[in-house]
Design a protein around this ligand. Sequence first.
Ligand SMILES: [Zn+2]
Length: 260
Amino acid sequence: MEFIDTHSHLFLEEFKEDLPEVIERAKSIGVSKVFMPNIDSSTISDMLRVASQYAGYCYPMIGLHPTSVEENYEIELKQMKELLDLSNNFVGIGEVGLDLYWDKTYRMQQENAFVTQLQWAIEYKLPLIIHCREAFEELYALMLPYIEDTNLRGIFHSFTGTKAEADKLLSFKNFKLGINGVVTFKKTILPDVLRDVPINRIVLETDSPYLTPVPNRGKRNESANVKDVLNKLAEIYEISVEKMAELTNKNALEVFKVIE
Ligand SMILES: [Zn+2]
């Protein structure tokens, strides 16, 4: 049985000491691919190093994370756009979006950076990997003009919202919801919300090193733990783990279009 971690930051310093073991554990439990969203210009070289070390297994994306959007965001975006023009290694634009939880100072800049990168996704025909925290209505409003744009596809990463929010996001027909360790937490409405989300609209992710699923909650997360998310989803949808792996693989490859 094989399954995919669609969102993992294995290039961060949390993995500096033992990345080979982390990759080995992921492979031996059945993780067949790991997709890596970028954070900002400071993480690109580490991400590309991991991607080339584990070519055909760890796939890099390019993008500016909303919590890294500051005064200089246009310079950051310019660097990333240059890389996009130079290389066809990137499998997605991410992670991008809005985060008004940590800091609202750069709200306008976050919105501008998001729309710019959304347009890259269309221009380069790459999936858009979206992070949204405490900014649902703002993000939805920015995306609404593109709701009929069939060239835009992607993932609403770390979805933890309500049924009404799931409905709104699923109206973007080429988007999936990224489900991670939060689905295993005791106090979450997610299992109930997911009962109304069609199986063909979800993908597995870890968001490593963050959001570790039960039973390892509190420890550093790693891609092997995507198995705990898979198991929980099989339970929620009342299908076998094997079937859930097969269906979520198909969903992930519809988004990333990576050829074996
Ligand atoms: Zn992330």
